[in-house]
Design a protein around this ligand. Sequence first.
Ligand code: DGJ
Length: 703
Amino acid sequence: MPIKYLENKKTWILETKNSAYVFAIYKDNHIKNLYWGEKLINDYDYPDLSSYSLRDYWQWDDEYTVRGEANYVEHCLKIEYDDGVRDVVLTYKDYIIKDKTIIIVLNDIEYNLEVLLKYNLIEEYDIIEREVEIINKSYKEIKIESFATGSVYLPSKKAKLTYLTGMWAHETRPQKHIIKEGKKILESRIGYTGPFINPYFSIDYDATEDYGEVYYGEIAWSGNWKITFQKQLYERIAVVMGINDWDFQYILNSNEKFSSPKIILGYSSEGFSKASQSLHHYQIDYVLPKKNSKELRKILYNSWEATMFNVNEENQKKLAKKASEIGVELFVVDDGWFGNRNSDKSGLGDWFVNPEKFPNSLKPLIDYVNSLGMDFGLWVEPEMVNPDSLLYKKNPDWVINFPNRPRTKKRNQLILNLAREEVKKYIISFMKDLLKNNNIKFIKWDLNRYIYESGWPEIDKKYQKEIWVKYVYNFYEIWETLRNEFPDVIFESCAGGGGRIDLGIMKYSDQFWTSDNTDPFDREIIQEGFSYGYCSKTMMSWVTDWGGKTSYPIEFRFHTSMMGSLGIGVDLNNYSEDELKLFKQNIDLYKEIRHIVQNGYQYRLIKPSEETHCSVQYLSKDLTEGIIFFLENPEKLNLFDYIDIKLKGLNNQSNYYVEDYYEKISGKALMKVGLRIDLSKEMIFGVKEKAHFRSKIIRFKKI
Ligand code: DGJ
């Protein structure tokens, strides 16, 4: 039984394969969190409420923190009742256990408000999914001023936080620091997940990749989100996660429900590798759209960086031919194919094929692409509108705005108010037409500006702040509708780079556009950060000319991109036949190894954020074959001529064949002694342009 209730101790124990999570009923009414960590041997081993008599824990450790009574921890729930009372007092009512799920039922002692705390155990990955539902069972409306999904508590001493920050073209860069007393907030206030901080964190205690305890969490929400870490003397660190309460208000009318987004909480006692591997496989098995979750991602070519807005039937056909010759499987036309879209100044919103660029619509191009044996894909940015468009002329009120305030543009565009039903319907309708009338097998869904001036003047003032939440719900509904109706279409979530990467959209999208920055050297850090929170099959990695065509050898660019789902974005017309042969060789190689990269186990052998160079190992799901990527960093001075890299995850007793190294060697030797990479040849130190970026791939196989 993964979930137990100990009647004598009024305590619940939730156990996964290696972890446990414990809470109990305190003073007959409050649910207090007692433990989260490694699974112990006996039920009586876990902390219980007896320690609570020693001091007054009243204000800390609530399993679900509310603004009420003496609770001092950052609130999950803050409410104003109809009579002006702003104090919530929840009392325990009941619980329901069903297999791996448990629901704790709480009620306000006076008002008819019910709060359901829901837990679902993903036992094999040591992950707990949490959700909260609130139900207004009264006759009066309730004003909700904050509604986070959960509070959780972690050991405080030496707790080190890891999180992912950045900006456009520099997303998911890992940051680490010790958590000090006070509050640390990670959040988004721009209406979607955002490129600045990703809704992922981990907390460890001097853990390494292989040893030590790592706790981690993610929020499945593509709107404004917030994670607060609150540290106070003598207390455990409180972590509160969920929808951001900034500019938030939600009216719950009589008999209405409001469900929170899911948060996930994970635990590893074997360091960061285990933590991220569990998260990756949880995503593949439980989050990604079922139909394609285990399928291998096709190698795509996207013509954006080759032709920009200047797309037309002829130049796309020319690129398609070359793409098919190097082994590409999916040809994608990016921005510029629709409306009067000749630059980023006009056309967004007018989702009809541009008749000058494609006089016979898209059909001849799609047929041609298909005749070359490739699927066809298309870029869209449905949430946006340029003021210079037919859509805006017809419906200027559809954009998010405050009356009498400026409508500030970013990239010359405004954002449609997706919270409005007519806008949602419009997007569903044109997307359905597009997918019905064309043999499209892939959609790259982009978003290139933040939400600000977040007004919704058409509705009653008291509902206007609901825009932040309703926008996201309608966004999900659109994706759900399209996915259900077009199950064979692969969807990619892009937001001017990696601005919409989170577990919420992962439920609907098969992959992420990681970053507009495809400079292979910059990518090492971006990809390392990405790997903490998201699986490599969702990480789109293109070989492009970013950083300059001649700055990096072709292999170096491929080796960087092969660590995720491979794409090509160069202008193929600029490459010689010999160079394109090299493209083909690398693509052929990727086809042989992609099942390992996309569905296997990933190990960060040398982390570019902390060490010299970069090396990542992937081991197939059945543990029989693997691949090591090694990327040299000429900017980092080496005192030694060689680097030894020790493999991971092998069987000590088994023997392995290692390409270029050993016909036969034991797993133990590969893990304890490792492979020596010789760096002595022509090392050049200096500025990037002059540097000599070398890389190596080493394949190995169990004999
Ligand atoms: C931003 C995306 O990140 C790019 O890949 C590209 O699709 C452009 N938008 C197109 O406008």
